[in-house]
Design a protein around this ligand. Structure first.
Ligand code: SF4
Ligand code: SF4
Length: 156
């Protein structure tokens, strides 16, 4: 069994001045520019409001709620105005979630197992670690994909 990254989103969320991002690079897709933080936040932290204030507040029609209730951001449409961040009544979206990533950011392509390890090494071990385990919902650990587990207190 190959190792997975376990990311404690509760702790990561509170890290100030975070300049490290994990992505799944795919030259053919703009989704490559979505960070693991963004994917995990919309999937696990977001309360999936029935009438989503974030979607309605977006002046660029960049947010859409899928049939699964998960909000997705069209990277090519988003103008990074932060309206969605401000209006979310639950403070779901981190302030710097969609900001332009400047050259002082470090990106790790998590398709690559060596980068997976480097990404883990860039954080304190209680925040991001490599583990041999599967999803454990009873411990608030959820599968984001085959390589990433997210620890988060979900609303439902
Ligand atoms: S307003 Fe906040 S909690 Fe509601 S759908 Fe949007 S991001 Fe999720
Ligand atoms: S930051 Fe992007 S997704 Fe959010 S409201 Fe502004 S344009 Fe829409």
């Amino acid at each position: 069994m190959s190792k997975k990254l376990l990311i404690d989103l509760l702790k990561l969320r509170n890290l100030e001045d975070l300049k490290i991002e994990g992505i799944f690079r795919d030259e053919k897709s703009t989704a490559a520019f979505k960070t693991i933080r963004e994917l995990a936040t919309f999937q696990f932290t977001c309360r999936k409001c029935e009438i989503a204030p974030c979607v309605n507040a977006c002046p660029a029609e960049a947010l859409e709620k899928g049939e699964d209730g998960i909000v997705k951001r069209a990277v090519n449409l988003c103008i990074r105005c932060k309206s969605c961040i401000v209006i979310c009544p639950f403070g779901t979206l981190m302030d710097n979630l969609f900001e332009v990533k400047t050259s002082d950011y470090r990106f790790f392509d998590l398709n690559d197992d060596s980068e997976l390890k480097k990404f883990a090494d860039a954080f304190p071990a209680d925040m991001v670690s490599l583990v041999d385990m599967e999803e454990k919902r009873e411990e608030n650990i959820y599968k984001l994909n085959d390589k990433i587990l997210i620890k988060e207190k979900t609303w439902s």
